[in-house]
Design a protein around this ligand. Structure first.
Ligand code: G
Ligand code: G
Ligand code: NA
Ligand code: MN
Length: 253
């Protein structure tokens, strides 16, 4: 069966689930939030990675449905966290092609309203590349979303098309430094200069900064020394299903 047909089945048979990766304060490793990432395991136990099916979902028009299902799962995870007394924001990834759809905002709000989750506990992540290509259309939608109290992160920042004049007025609360730059810390002064510059831009224009893909203590220390407050990466925690995550949080406390 073609992968696209299987993906349609996955959406109707609820084969998609999410894993959550903690974001931590770099100074003391306190958890400050999470990112939800979609996973797919078929009824027969076969696994597909987002790399295999997200672009297919985008090309075939299934991505809107997929992203809404992930948002619903994210809201369920927030309830589960709230039940345990944890009130931290959880980010979900929004496909940029989907943000161009006319009623994107209404459909998003339908899911959020129906879930009774406080919008302040939700954060939308969108990659820099597309967000900037279609900024005239997407910018106002992101502003609507922020007006509800939701946070907005620009994902993979530094690899896309933001001109410096755009950076000053992005509809975003947060820039996420792409892990390609973080992985170069300690190996390449170019990587370090780019990270330093993004941190300065964030400070100058009032964005919070999250460093992605931290895999070593050296990378973490470099960022702490440069006053980068928040990070995410395998060095702290891999993405986990909600129950193992709750256990991890308890063990940590
Ligand atoms: O989790 P992982 O590294 O395998 O993710 C691979 C890519 O898939 C990342 O770029 C991530 O942003 C994207 N991705 C993960 N979950 C979702 C999702 O729910 N919706 C969309 N549109 N992209 C996602
Ligand atoms: O594009 P986006 O930033 O959403 O991609 C997130 C992906 O990055 C997830 O699939 C997640 O599994 C992966 N990831 C998270 N932390 C690390 C890390 O420390 N190293 C690497 N190589 N990948 C990571
Ligand atoms: Na992301
Ligand atoms: Mn990213």
């Amino acid at each position: 069966v073609a992968l696209l047909d299987r993906l349609r089945t996955a959406l109707t048979d609820n084969e998609l689930y999410i894993v959550l990766q903690p974001k931590v304060a770099l100074k003391d490793r306190r958890v400050v939030g999470f990112e939800a990432l979609v996973r797919w395991q078929t009824k027969e136990g076969q696994q597909f990675s987002p790399g295999e099916f997200i672009s297919l979902a985008e090309a075939s028009g299934l991505i809107g449905q997929l992203d809404r299902q992930v948002l619903k799962l994210t809201c369920e995870a927030i309830h589960r966290l709230n039940d345990e007394g944890i009130f931290l924001p959880v980010a979900f990834n929004a496909s940029p092609t989907e943000l161009l759809v006319t009623d994107y905002f209404d459909k998003l709000m339908q899911v959020v309203d129906a879930s009774h989750v406080d919008p302040c506990l939700l954060e939308l992540e969108i990659t820099e590349t597309q967000a900037m290509l279609d900024y005239k259309e997407i910018g106002p939608k992101l502003r609507n979303i922020m007006a509800l109290g939701m946070k907005v992160s620009i994902d993979d920042f530094g690899t896309g098309y933001s001109s410096l004049s755009h950076v000053a007025q992005l509809a975003a609360t947060t820039l996420k430094i792409d892990r390609a730059f973080v992985s170069r810390l300690g190996h390449s002064s170019d990587g370090e200069h780019i990270v330093d510059m993004i941190l300065k831009l964030g400070e100058r224009f009032g964005y919070s900064i999250v460093a992605e893909g931290i895999e070593t203590e050296e990378q973490c220390q470099y960022l702490v020394n440069k006053d980068c407050h928040v990070g995410q990466g395998f060095w702290f925690a891999k993405p986990m299903k909600i129950e193992p995550l709750l256990q991890w949080l308890k063990d940590k406390a």
